[in-house]
Each structure stands twice: as C-alpha cells, then as structure tokens.
Design a protein around this ligand. Structure first.
Ligand code: ADP
Ligand code: MG
Ligand code: MG
Length: 248
C-alpha cells in the first residue's frame, strides 16, 4: 500500500513544462533520496507535491494517504500529513520559537491546543533532540546561528509529525557541525516518528548516518534512474554524467 502515488505528473511553471511524466511511489515509513543536477526540477517536484499555486499540474495525478490531492490547496495537504521543509521563515520579530511552533501546530491540526498539552509535546520532542528547554523561549529574531536554525527546523518536523516530509536541500550551505545536527535530527524523526521522507540533496554527507530505501535521479524534468541505497555512493563518487548519457 503506497502512501504517495505520483502518476504521469506533468508540471508547468509560467507556461513552461518543467516536469514531464513523473512517476513515484513512496510507502509509509520509507526514506527516498532524490538527486540530480541543478535545474533538473527537484524543487519544482517538491513544490508541486505540496500544492504551491505557482506550479500548475498539466497532467497526471498525485495520490496521498488514499486521497487524490492533485487539486487540494496547500493547507489541506498539510492537514493530510504532507510537509515540505521549512518554507516558513524562521525569523519572526517578537515571537518565541515556542509560540511559533504552537501556531504552526494549530494551523496544521485546525484546532486550538491547550497550553499544557503543547508544553508536554514540546518537552518530549526537545528531549528526543537533546535540546535545552530554555531554547524554546528564545526570540526567533535574535540571531539564531545557522546550526540553531536547523535545530529549530528539525524540532518543527518532530512536532508536526508528518506522514511524509519532503526535505529540499535542507543541508545546503551548512558547515560540518550543522550537517551533523540535521542528519541526527532526521535520524531521530525516522526512529521516533516513523514518517516517510523524500530527501532532496546533492550533499550525500547528510545520508551517511541515515537508513535509505530508494533513490531516484531526476534530470531535465524526468526521472532517469530508480535504484536502491547503493546509488548514493555511486553518485557521490562519480557524479551524474554517466546517467545523463545512458538514460533508462
Ligand atoms: P532544481 O531544484 O533541480 O535545481 P528547479 O525545480 O529549481 O530545479 O528548477 C527547474 C527548472 O524550472 C529550471 O529551469 C528553473 O529555471 C525553472 N523554474 C523553477 N521555478 C521557477 C519559477 N518560479 N519561475 C520560473 N522558472 C522556474
Ligand atoms: Mg518502493
Ligand atoms: Mg532545488
């Protein structure tokens, strides 16, 4: 039984066809890695799956958790358990991380959450990430470092607890320590939340400590290769060239 079923998906951006006939199946709890050269359409796929209105579905369908979501609005997809990394700017003046997370959670669930219940959930997630609870009371605008922002984002991931999290180059531009934080955080999500993941990356370092089930290469708007976890090492050693020449 698939959690996500993408069938012959065609996506346009501003009248230009960017994605051509994409097929992708993700089962509950699986971790998939999507790789590919710059401009291949990886982010476009992420936005289209999440329902960003700039990305027009011209053909095909997206099924998620047993429902056709091809035409659903972003907020309905979020409620259904889909998550795209960190579109929310994590710098909001005068708001603490804790109240930001509470609002995000209430938006996702569509209900008010009692302060007491929220505290409990927050404490539990912070403990899993070995984060100091004082951290949640910090102002989102008072200069979180790169690594701290990533921690906050991973905390958001654990709190929202999606059925499928799409992480679009959440590791780009990070130093070694921050990559470790992200990687450990994703691992915690895998182990304690059992949600599925679609990790879009070309930094395979982030995958070293993670369990991977399936890999895909996207090039020029098409998935040109589907494989197992071994493809991660192959790409990090030899790059994409070989796959671009002999498309399957
Ligand atoms: P990737 O994430 O693999 O680097 P993108 O999905 O960002 O690739 O881009 C794929 C193609 O779509 C590129 O040619 C890019 O210029 C184009 N594109 C993506 N988003 C937009 C947009 N909002 N407006 C115009 N062109 C876009
Ligand atoms: Mg599979
Ligand atoms: Mg991108």
């Amino acid at each position: 039984e698939n959690l996500l079923e993408v069938r012959n998906l065609v996506v346009n951006v501003e009248d230009k066809e960017i994605l051509h006939n994409i097929n992708l199946d993700i089962k509950p709890g699986e971790t998939h890695v999507l790789m590919g050269p710059n401009g291949a359409g990886k982010s476009t796929l992420g936005y289209a799956l999440m329902g960003n209105p700039k990305y027009t579905v011209k053909g095909g369908s997206i099924n998620f958790a047993g429902e056709d979501i091809t035409k659903l609005a972003v907020d309905k997809r979020a409620k259904a358990g889909l998550f795209l990394s960190f579109q929310n700017p994590l710098e909001v003046p005068g708001i603490s991380l804790s109240s930001f997370l509470k609002t995000a959670l209430e938006q996702q669930r569509g209900v008010r959450i009692k302060a007491w219940d929220f505290r409990k959930e927050l404490r539990q997630a912070m403990a899993l990430l070995q984060m100091d609870s004082k951290y949640a009371e910090r102002d989102l605008n008072t200069g979180f470092s790169g690594g701290e922002k990533k921690k906050a984002e991973i905390l958001q991931l654990l709190m929202l607890n999606p059925k499928l999290a799409i992480l679009d180059e959440t590791d780009s531009g990070l130093d070694v320590d921050a990559v470790k934080i992200v990687s450990q955080g994703i691992k915690t999500f895998q182990e304690h939340r059992q949600g599925a993941l679609l990790i879009i990356t070309h930094n395979t370092k982030i995958l070293d400590a993670l369990h991977v089930d399936h890999t895909h290469i996207l090039a020029q708007g098409q998935i040109i290769k589907n494989a197992g976890p071994e493809l991660v090492d192959e790409v990090s050693k030899n790059g994409f060239e070989k796959f671009l020449q002999n498309k399957e």
